[in-house]
Structure formats: structure tokens, C-alpha cells
Design a protein around this ligand. Structure first.
Ligand code: Q6P
Ligand code: ZN
Length: 674
């Protein structure tokens, strides 16, 4: 199952025909540079190209009024003067004789993408379209948008395919108020948007873009707004909102389809957004959403006005949809104070609707909405920002690193009687393993016994980690006689090389070899049920759940609330995922974890399992090959004691691990100023 790319040059064939400073950034080159970059990087060729089509009237009417459609229909025949005048009734948008045609193609492209994904022709895909859609309303064009491509697509998916729940993630830097209005009272569509807000000073300056617009009536809780009240947000700010808000809610919601309003004006260099997140962050955002809805993800282009940043971001997104290993995230600090304030406000506003947020803290004491009121009162007196102050547009940033898919995707160390799953390589110890290493293995782990099978397995394991370090193999799986011994063996071996940073995720109760990680070269996170003696170091983090790994909700909460943020902040060069016998974790949860962890260390994940868990080799290998993990179903509330336990742990650790923060402490320690 592949990745669809939908693009048609026709959508470059309209432009601004008069002078309007607000609209001059929305140029045809936005599409051409994006597409050319995909071609140049060999990504377009790897996608399945699906043709565009015009959306029909009936389809457009899924999100728009007849009056509006009829009005837009007249624009191809208007004179320049008439077009100008027609444009005047709307905000920040322009019309052109060919824009109606393009708008039908843009909406149609989104529908073609939904068809491709829903029929199983492709797994996921991206549509490169103009005009964008998320600002357009039932009866109004707005913000460069004519028809609401994604809103139409969501309704279409529900109608044509009986999709029950749709998640719309709007990572564009502007608020897609059109999408919000479309689904405000609809609990079947969960709309998430983050956007530059600056206490309502930033376009479109709407009161209802704030965190307290949570949806209406039956739809209460199904509209999530994250206002950015400062510019300059960075990768850590975005990731922290994903880990502590969007992902837990999205997994609880359990969509059948994910639509992304994929605007890239939220990346560095954009003149509108003025944010500082690097283009490769979109690889992570995409990766983190790719296992919802069984992988059914449709990304539809919205904004993005710095052509360099836009093209890089589009490539990062598509390359991730194609399943290439995700780059190590650049420069992760902690979230900034303003981002934490926003996060705290949204979590607090939504805690009555989502059980994963039930423990969220109250609004910050420095209530940020007071600031909005104050600024609104100041109103017109507010100082205008200096024109021509173009600091962020002159930003330079390094080109995202080339993402090399190793020649071997997944290699397995298996006993002879276990078949190697399709698409994987059976791995056995090559002769080039240093004999010194072998004798050391024998000494340390086999107590000089003559267990030659075990020695072979351990040697293979070590040699596998070496091939992973050399980027010849991406991920690995070993079925071993004793996972505890194998784990100790890998930890010890990797500690010999200075450049290594090993993240060990232990599923189930296990004995972690001590001393662990005083030097920070190994971080161990263990999820089990044993009340563990206190955490011994910053780098050994035992998470205790009442039912251990049996309770899906509790486990998932620990994954998003602890494991992912810790992993991001630690930035390992290799991930070791250990499955203890009798952990009780079910296959689908295990697969989700396996896939999610591949967001670290360029996908270098090594899984250890005990010999008698043969049945799990298939599902694990499939996740190491990036097959979409099966959905977990709508999640129930986690056990109260687990919620509390995880929360307490997060509180305790957040002084040392900044990405665990979810609140802005009024005094010291509450996040850095960017
Ligand atoms: C922003 C209009 C321009 C003010 C100039 C889906 C994509 C978008 C549109 C933004 C319109 N204000 N300083 O539309 O959200 O990027
Ligand atoms: Zn935008």
C-alpha cells in the first residue's frame, strides 16, 4: 500500500491581478516549488499519482450555501473591476477568472485523496492544492480560501464511506475558523488547530479562536484551539502540545480517518507565522499521526509562504508518509513559558470532556485571557508593529539532513525453527565480530558454560547493533533465551562506544542491570506493575501501573505523557525495546508502541523478546516495517490510581526533563523564554 500524491499544474494558473499587500504572498510558485522539490528528491516518483477532478456542486454544497456557490460561479465571467469589487466583501482573499475552476479542482483533489485512502488503493497521501481551504466559510471566501477543501472532504467521507469519526489536525499557523464553524456542534468531527494568536492581536483576530472555544452542544469537547500568544515557537513547543494534548485526546477519540490541514507557515522563515520550528518537525508530526485510523491519513496543503521552507516541509511530510526513517529532531530544548501557559489553558478547558485530561491542572494563575481583554481595550491605541522589520524572513536554517533508508529495513535473529516474516532479513553473526568481544560475552553472560546456541544468539545480537550503527540495517528483532541477559549484554556493549545514547524501554517487570546510567549514556524507562524501589537516578525511570501493561488506557497515557517526551528530550542514537515475558501487553498496544518509538534514533529500534513468544514475532516485525498498527478502539478512562501515579511521576521528573512540563509555573522553572 503506497502513498498518493495529487497535483495538477492547472492550480498554478491564477494569481493576484492587482496590488494588495495582504494577498501578495499567495503566489502560484508555492505549488511549483513544492512539486519540483518532490521531483528533485525522488519522492514524487515513489508516490502513486492520482489525477485531480472538479468537485461537483453537490459536493461543494456539503460545506457551503447555494447562494455562495452561485455567486462564485459568476466570477469567471467578471471584468477586472467586477472581480475587485466582488473580492471586497470578503477578508484577505482575491478572485481571478480562473480561481473558481481551481477551487473546484482543489476540493476535488481532497476528495480523490479520500477515495484513494478509503478504498484501500493507497495507505495515505498528500494533495498539493491552491486555493487553500480552512478559512472559507459556509457563505464566504476568506484568507485566500474559496471552498473549504478539508471540511468538504470530512463530510464526503462520512457520507460516502460511513466513516464514524474524523480527526482534523490543522497545523497551519492560522486558525481555520471555517473548519471550526463547520463542525462546532458535531461530535463526529474532532477539530484541532494551533495558531498564532497573540491575545487576539493576530489575524483573523477572533475571540472564538481562543482556548475556551471547545465546541457547542453535542460537539462540546470536539473543538480544540491552541493559541500561540508569542511568535518564535520552536520544535519543543510543537512536540509538547502533541505529546500532552493532541495525541492522548486523538487516541481516546479513535478516528476512522485523519485529515490534515497541512499548512507550512508554522515553520521557520515564514513571513506570516514568524515561528522557529524546523521543516523536519513535520516528519515527526506526520509520523505521530500515522498510526491513528489504521494509517488512513490525508494531508491537504493550506498555507506556507516562504518558498524554501515550504518546499522542505512538504518533502519532509511526504517522505514520512512514504515510510522513510524519521530524522533525529534538531535542537530540542524545553517548551517556552508562553507555550506552557497555552498548553495549561487548553488542557484545563478540556479536562471535563476527555478522561486522559481529567487530572490536568487548573488555569494558570496569571490568567492569560485577562491579557486579551486588556489588549482589546487598548484597541486602536495599540502600537503598530514597525513595517519593514523583517527579522524572521531573513532567518537562515540548515537544510534538513538527507534521510537515508538503510539497505535492510529489518533484520531478525531467530532460532532455526522460527520462520522469518515476509519482508525481513534473517540475520546471523558475521565472522567479522571481534573474537575479543565474543570471549567477553562468554565470560560476562554465559558464565563460561557451553551453551553455544546462546553464545551465537548474543554474538548475532551484538553484530546486529553494529550494523544498525553503521546504518546498514534500520531495525532489528531478536528472539532470545533470556531477555534479561540479552538486555544486559546490549547495554554493556553499547556503553563501550562514546557516541552512543541508548534508550531502553522495558515493557513488563524486569531486573535492570545496575548500575544504570549515571553517565547519561543509557536511559531506562520501565513500565510494569511492581512497586519499584525509588528511582535511583535521572536515567532510570520505573513507571508503575496497577494492572501493569494490561490496561490499555493507562499504558497509552504513560507512553504519551512520559515515554515520548523523555525520548524526544533524550534523543537516543538507538532504542532498545524489551518485552518481558508475561508483561500482559496486548498485540495492538505493543504494535503502537513499537511504531511510535521508531520516531527516535532515525528508526533504529532493536526489539528483544523471549523465545516462547514466537506468536508475537509476526506482529512486531510488521510494526518494524512500518505497517500501520491496528487502532486501539475508543479508550476508556485509565484507572484513577494510574492517572495519579503517572501524574506524580511527571511532576517529580519535570525539573530534570523539561519536555514533561504541562504547566507554566508562575515562579522559576516554568519554561524558558525563547
Ligand atoms: C492570511 C491573511 C495576510 C496579512 C498580511 C488556508 C492558508 C492561510 C491563509 C492565511 C491568510 N493575512 N500580513 O489558508 O491560513 O495560510
Ligand atoms: Zn496559514
Amino acid at each position: 500500500m503506497g502513498t498518493a500524491l495529487i497535483y495538477d499544474e492547472e492550480m498554478t494558473k491564477y494569481k493576484l491581478l492587482w496590488v494588495d499587500p495582504a494577498c501578495k504572498i499567495e503566489v502560484p510558485e508555492r505549488l511549483t516549488v513544492s512539486h519540483e522539490a518532490l521531483v528533485k528528491n525522488g519522492l514524487a516518483d515513489r508516490c502513486i499519482s492520482i489525477p485531480v477532478r472538479e468537485a461537483t456542486d453537490a459536493e461543494i454544497l456539503l460545506a457551503h450555501s447555494e447562494e455562495y456557490l452561485e455567486a462564485v460561479k459568476k466570477t469567471p465571467h467578471m471584468s477586472l473591476e467586477d472581480l475587485k469589487e466582488f473580492t471586497l466583501q470578503y477578508g484577505d482573499v482575491y478572485f481571478h477568472p480562473n480561481i473558481y475552476h481551481c477551487a473546484k479542482l482543489a476540493a476535488g483533489a481532497a476528495l480523490q485523496l479520500v477515495d484513494g485512502v478509503m478504498t484501500g488503493k493507497v495507505r495515505n497521501g498528500m494533495a498539493l492544492v491552491r486555493p487553500p481551504g480552512h478559512h472559507s466559510m459556509r457563505s464566504a471566501a476568506n484568507g485566500f480560501c474559496v471552498f473549504n477543501n478539508v471540511a468538504i472532504a470530512a463530510r464526503y467521507a462520512k457520507q460516502k464511506y460511513g466513516v464514524k469519526r474524523v480527526l482534523i489536525v490543522d497545523w497551519d499557523v492560522h486558525h481555520g475558523q471555517g473548519v471550526q464553524y463547520s463542525f462546532e456542534d458535531d461530535p463526529s468531527v474532532l477539530y484541532f488547530s494551533w495558531h498564532r494568536y497573540e491575545h487576539q492581536q493576530f489575524w483573523p483576530q477572533l475571540r472564538e479562536s481562543d482556548y475556551d472555544s471547545v465546541g457547542k452542544e453535542k460537539g462540546a469537547g470536539f473543538n480544540i484551539n491552541v493559541p500561540w500568544n508569542k511568535v518564535g515557537m520552536e520544535n519543543s513547543d510543537y512536540l509538547s502540545v502533541f505529546c500532552h494534548l493532541l495525541l492522548p485526546v486523538a487516541y481516546e477519540f479513535c478516528p476512522d480517518l485523519v485529515l490534515v490541514c497541512a499548512g507550512f507557515d508554522s515553520a521557520i522563515g515564514d513571513p506570516e507565522g514568524e515561528m522557529c520550528a524546523s521543516p523536519d518537525i513535520f516528519a515527526h508530526l506526520t509520523h505521530l499521526l500515522m498510526n491513528l485510523a489504521g494509517g488512513k491519513l490525508c494531508a491537504v496543503l493550506e498555507g506556507g509562504y516562504n518558498l524554501t521552507s515550504l518546499a522542505q516541509s512538504v518533502c519532509q511530510t511526504v517522505q514520512t508518509l512514504l515510510g522513510d526513517p524519521v530524522p533525529r529532531p534538531a535542537k530540542l530544548s524545553g517548551p517556552c513559558k508562553s507555550a506552557l501557559e497555552s498548553l495549561q489553558c487548553v488542557r484545563s478547558a478540556h479536562r471535563q470532556y476527555w478522561s486522559c485530561l481529567r487530572h490536568a491542572a487548573d488555569l494558570p494563575t496569571s490568567d492569560i485571557s485577562t491579557k486579551r481583554l486588556k489588549l482589546t481595550e487598548e484597541g486602536e491605541n495599540a502600537e503598530k508593529k514597525e513595517e519593514g522589520e523583517q527579522s524572521t524572513q531573513d532567518q537562515v536554517w540548515p537544510e534538513p539532513p538527507e534521510r537515508m533508508a538503510p539497505p535492510v529495513r529489518c533484520a531478525l535473529v531467530l532460532p532455526d525453527d522460527v520462520a522469518c516474516p515476509h519482508g525481513c532479513r534473517r540475520f546471523s553473526c558475521s565472522d567479522d565480530l571481534d573474537p575479543l568481544v565474543v570471549s567477553k560475552l562468554r565470560e560476562s553472560f554465559l558464565k563460561d558454560s557451553d551453551d553455544s546456541d546462546s553464545l551465537t544468539a548474543l554474538s548475532s545480537l551484538i553484530s546486529l547493533t553494529e550494523k544498525m550503527e553503521e546504518n546498514e540495517i534500520c531495525s532489528g528483532l531478536a528472539l532470545v533465551r533470556d531477555v534479561t541477559v540479552a538486555m544486559a549484554c546490549v547495554i554493556q556493549h553499547l556503553a563501550t562506544a562514546l557516541s552512543n545514547r541508548l534508550l531502553v524501554v522495558c515493557v513488563g517487570d524486569c531486573e535492570v542491570p545496575s548500575p544504570i546510567g549515571e553517565d547519561g549514556r543509557t536511559l531506562v524507562v520501565q513500565i510494569g506493575s511492581q512497586e519499584t524501589n525509588d528511582q535511583k537516578s535521572k536515567y532510570y525511570i520505573p513507571v508503575c501501573l496497577k494492572e501493569g501493561c494490561r490496561d490499555t488506557s493507562g499504558f497509552i497515557q504513560a507512553v504519551f505523557g512520559l515515554v515520548l517526551p523523555l525520548g524526544y528530550e533524550y534523543d537516543p542514537s538507538l532504542v532498545l525495546l524489551v518485552r518481558m515475558p508475561g508483561s500482559g501487553v496486548c498485540d495492538s498496544v505493543w504494535q503502537q508502541l513499537t511504531v511510535l518509538l521508531q520516531g527516535f534514533a532515525q528508526g533504529h529500534t532493536l526489539v528483544l523478546m523471549q523465545e516462547d513468544e514466537k506468536a508475537c514475532v509476526g506482529p512486531t516485525a510488521s510494526s518494524l516495517l512500518w505497517d500501520p498498527a491496528p487502532p486501539l478502539g475508543q479508550l476508556q478512562a485509565p484507572l484513577p490510581e494510574d492517572v495519579e501515579g503517572v501524574e506524580r511521576l511527571r511532576q517529580k521528573l519535570q525539573a530534570e526533563w523539561k519536555l514533561l512540563q504541562t504547566t507554566a509555573a508562575p515562579e522559576a522553572g516554568g519554561g524558558d523564554e525563547h
